[in-house]
Write a protein that binds this ligand. Sequence first.
Ligand code: GUN
Ligand code: FE
Length: 456
Amino acid sequence: MAQPSKAFLGPMIHSPSPSKLEIIPLALVSVDSNGKIAGLVKNVNAQSAQDALQALDFPPDLITVEKLAPGQFLIPGFVDTHNHAPQWAQRGLGQGMQILDWLDAITFPNEARFRDPDYARRVYASCVDGFLRQGVTTASYYGSIHGEATKILADLCQEKGQRALVGKCNMSRNAPDYYLDASVEESLRVTEDCIAHIRSMEPAGGRVVQHVLTPRFAISCGPDLLQGLGELARQNPDLPIQTHFNEAEQEIKATLALFPQFINEADLYEHYGLLGPRSILAHCCHMTEYELDRLRALECGVAHCPVSNMTVGGGFMAAPVRAFLRRGIKVGLGTDSGGGFSSSILDAMRQAMIASHAREVMSEGQDKGLSTEEVFYLATLGGAQVCGLGDKVGSFEVGKAFDALVVGTRGAEQGIMTMVEEDDSLRTVFDKFIMTGDDRNIVQVYVQGRLVKGAL
Ligand code: GUN
Ligand code: FE
């Protein structure tokens, strides 16, 4: 086993299940040289910190102990289950548009610029930095259609230390000529090239990037391309799969008109071998009972993107999250940047609450709104499960990677706006952070034990 290299002593909050928020007033967590959690002692008292270190069986002089400052606490890093890296520069544009009009007018012209590797490097560097700053320790990224730009994105995530699923986006039809794969064969060839590139990365600290198969959606992928990607999925059982699913009425109508042999999207994507435990389905706003049952039976995960659902795409209604949770369907949160104007998972958590309260009214009280505990779970372990990383990240457990945020809630001099009082309980401070915090509260960000934002 790797030697412990550092330990953190301070309050810790995580969410091992949707309804359980575990608040530990003082915990000692040690991290080994591979970035994994080597030991975790809960309910330490300040005087016994040295004893606790010894109890962990790690000689205290071998490890650095970081003592969190007053007002600080540890939480697991945020997981963004749905993010378009080439839309970083278009966030906030085209608000209120219907999905297909927004793709044509705003998105395809922007994404096409990633044919230029220099542009890709510049924008993707800013994107990865921006998300790390917001505490996104894992992101599932759609790239553009371009192989070279997609490899640049994967390289940047690795260099900057962000755990990421990175996918070359596949598109063979229904977009302008300047933004389509040259052919189905070329689309698959470039995808395989990106898969090989990512697999060949052998950085010293271990690889934190994976390829994710990324058919944009069935409107832009003909049957032969869907078939080819389904085949790639079969040949590569380690690769996750992501696509857009039942996002808006305009999109569902157009999809079923292109595939008249199906009466819903679940049957369509299942037919092409793209639905299963590895599938990350973005949006899922319009769901019949039948499709809910299929998603449960096939063990698909949902990327819930309430910010974009309420501002871009049409329908302006977010997914029935309570129905997913009730059935045990995996759910996480996505920024859907740049359909979503915000790159903050805290914003996604708040918007998820707001949208769920609207759902509660619409369902005449049947589908209860989401609580703070629940949205925090979606932002952490829920998202990790959707990305196939539930046994690796998302909560604090011995053997998991140390992907964590040090949250600071005091420090007007650092511009922290969250207003806490001396006598606030840890739970109160946590609630205030979730509802009023922003990136200024995210003091340090760790991925696989590596500090990727903030100073020691
Ligand atoms: N459906 C297909 N492509 C996209 C996209 O880029 N954003 C959103 N929100 N929906 C899509
Ligand atoms: Fe999207």
